[in-house]
Design a protein around this ligand. Structure first.
Ligand SMILES: C[S@@+](CC[C@H](N)C(=O)[O-])C[C@H]1O[C@@H](n2cnc3c(N)ncnc32)[C@H](O)[C@@H]1O
Length: 329
């Protein structure tokens, strides 16, 4: 059954343009800068990632057949390692996220982000790669790890750059007969290029967690009448790695009207359809894919789909079983 207009497309084009760029706030300056993002979905996302990282390390250090692999954790949209969270949200809703990101000067708290969670694991990875497009944020993260986890600092690489380019290069430099990795893609919007996702799948060695911008990005670009600006269409091509999204989300039919043939366009931009499509796309280059978990804002609107895919044929059944458990929990 088709669903129409399921997503609340808020305001004018500003949020859409933001989805194409960088939703972040905070300057990433030399001191502890404020990196504000997310809502409750952030807590869910990070708790699920941590559970998986713990399970992964347990397998790789406990299983004699897995123990000889060098394991990597890659955080390709790493941020500063900390985020500002507020417990009683009030005023100052961010212009970029509508009412989903708040600043409350009285109850501001710093919480660990994905990078700090990954270095705090009881059984850490052999190597870490942290990437961020913001020079300030990646520097801040490096300083924090150097200070708070000095023993782990030598295992960590910090790259300032575009995640798509850095990851493709990093994949080329690995010996995948001896190395395995968990890669976490945590963009604000539609910064992830399909070519990079396909490169991760081609390694046959990467477990991927991808915060897919279902509601904050894709749904907003799929206009009701199907007239999509060329730059938005290109961004959808880049996100899905195909132009097939058009026939997936729109159906054009010819109907006999009072004045002759008329063309009608029907859109199906339901969350199930978008999620189904990204799952199908992931299946084209990964051995196993778990159904993503939709992360919603306080008004129950879908923001992201937290997706998981495993590239290694042998490891995929176990990885998918664990990820499914975590995602459905
Ligand atoms: C949602 S935040 C990441 C939060 C982080 N995972 C955490 O839990 O603390 C997204 C980050 O991606 C960075 N970013 C945006 N575009 C990027 C790109 N093309 N490549 C790498 N980093 C990018 C931003 O600077 C920002 O720090």
């Amino acid at each position: 059954m088709k669903e129409f207009g399921q997503f609340n497309i808020v305001g004018d084009a500003t949020p859409v343009l933001s989805a194409l760029a960088d939703f972040g706030t905070g300057a990433g300056g030399p001191l502890m800068s404020e990196h504000r993002f997310g809502g409750d979905w952030t807590e869910i996302k990070l708790a699920k990632l941590e559970k998986y990282l713990r399970a992964y390390r347990t397998i790789f250090s406990g299983n004699p057949r897995a123990r000889h692999f060098r394991t990597w954790y890659v955080d390709a949209f790493a941020g500063t390692g900390s985020r500002t969270r507020t417990d009683t949200p009030r005023v100052s809703p961010s212009a970029l996220f509508g009412s989903d990101v708040y600043e409350d000067v009285d109850t501001k708290r710093y919480r660990d982000g994905s990078a700090k969670i990954a270095v705090a694991l009881p059984d850490p990875f052999d190597n870490y790669l942290f990437i961020d497009k913001s020079a300030g944020r990646i520097k801040e993260l490096e300083r924090a790890i150097e200070t708070e986890r000095p023993a782990l600092h030598p295992r960590c690489a910090f790259e300032h750059g575009d995640a798509n380019d850095v990851l493709k290069q990093w994949c080329r430099e690995r010996d995948w007969t001896k190395e395995r990795a968990v890669v976490f893609l945590d963009p604000y919007g539609m910064q992830v290029e399909w070519g990079m996702v396909a490169t991760l799948g081609a390694t046959k060695a990467v477990d991927l967690w991808y915060l897919f911008p279902l509601g904050v990005g894709v749904a907003r670009l799929l206009t009701r009448d199907g007239n999509i600006d060329e730059s938005w269409a290109k961004r959808l091509d880049t996100t899905f790695g195909t132009k097939d999204w058009r026939s997936r989300f729109y159906e054009t039919t010819q109907q006999e009207g009072l004045f002759g043939q008329m063309e009608t366009v029907e859109r199906d931009a339901s969350e199930e359809n978008i999620q189904g499509f990204i799952n199908e796309r992931l299946r084209t280059c990964f051995a196993g894919v778990a159904k993503g978990r939709i992360l919603r804002n306080s008004k129950s609107n879908p923001m992201y789909s937290l997706c998981f895919a495993a590239a290694n044929e042998k490891g995929a059944p176990t990885a998918i079983r664990i990820a499914k458990d975590i995602l459905s929990d």
